[in-house]
Ligand binder design. Structure first.
Ligand code: G1P
Length: 290
């Protein structure tokens, strides 16, 4: 096999309304909710950079402008920190500045589903394979899930979805694969279905929000076919590529937190805090559960 085209771009759909996390998300985007000290969106961008991705495309919507500011200079703040000699804080404030031109924004003008959000980025993707990450799925892993997927992609090419085992009663919350030949954590994908009822689910291997996709997926998305929940589904578009292109699932190493609601977000905070010795000590001293 000739070496697959490297993955250099990522699409981060961030246009969602965050209804599961109201009222916190009434005036701020859910992607800006902090987990310990960083907003969710920053975790996704850091994971992408670790995987060797260079260009970040955010698919935004109304009331999401604050994310553009997060990835830009905050001149006033930087000047004050500089004047006061607060070098550590200054470094932190500048940490997430990508090289100019490496982050772009495109607007999804109507909430028509995840597939539609990805399709909105078609002009920026062009004819190259690309990654997708859903920032409210925070994945704690060493290396990150995207790096694990890119490493696999460099061997097998094609399309890759990150998956994990879920209880059967939860299949209706996820895209679910029909698994084929399995080698360790790598599973050949023979089918994909969005949010099946537990009794209809082809397996309990669920897709979490990390993808490596070939650009052909845009062709199906362009047809704007409506799928589960009355939305244009990425899962349906990906399913079209099965059999035509290599298609694998990677049962990644790591823990996924659904930060789109408060229970997942709370667990993510605790889990990430436990990695910091000071916060870990604090939690150990202060929290006693009966
Ligand atoms: C989306 C995808 C679904 C996937 C899930 C992972 O669903 O459509 O296939 O399993 O993300 O978080 P959503 O959670 O946006 O409804």
């Amino acid at each position: 096999m000739t070496a697959p085209t490297p993955i250099k771009k990522i699409v981060l759909p961030v246009a969602g309304l965050g209804t599961r996390f109201l009222p916190a998300t009434k005036a701020i985007p859910k992607e800006m909710l902090p987990v310990v000290d960083r907003p969710l969106i920053q975790y996704a961008v850091e994971e992408a950079l670790e995987a060797g991705i260079e260009d970040v495309i955010l698919v935004t919507g109304r009331n999401k402008q604050v994310m553009e500011d997060h990835f830009d200079h905050a001149y006033e703040l930087e000047r004050i920190l500089q004047e006061r000699g607060k070098t550590t804080a200054l470094e932190i404030a500048r940490h997430m500045l990508l090289e100019e031109g490496r982050i772009s924004y495109v607007r999804q003008m109507r909430p028509r589903g995840l597939g539609h959000a990805i399709w909105c980025a078609r002009g920026m993707i062009g004819n190259a394979p690309f990654a997708v990450a859903l920032p409210d799925d925070l994945i704690q892993g060493e290396p990150g899930a995207l790096k694990q997927m890119v490493d696999l992609y460099n061997q097998v090419g094609g399309n890759i979805v990150a998956t994990m085992q879920v209880p059967r009663e939860d299949t209706s919350k996820y895209g679910v694969i029909t698994p084929g030949k399995t080698k360790g954590k790598v599973i050949a994908v023979e089918g994909l279905v969005e949010k099946p009822h537990p009794e209809d689910a082809p397996s309990t291997q669920a897709v979490v929000g990390r993808y490596i996709l070939q650009p052909e997926v845009m062709t199906y998305l362009a047809s704007k076919t409506i799928g589960a929940g009355g939305e244009i589904q990425l899962t349906d578009a990906m399913a079209q590529q099965i059999g035509k292109q290599p298609f694998h699932a990677l049962e990644f190493d790591g823990t996924r937190f659904d930060c789109g609601d408060k229970s997942g977000w709370l667990l993510a905070n605790i889990s990430i805090a436990m990695d910091d010795p000071k916060l870990r000590a604090l939690l150990r001293d202060r929290i006693t559960l009966s």
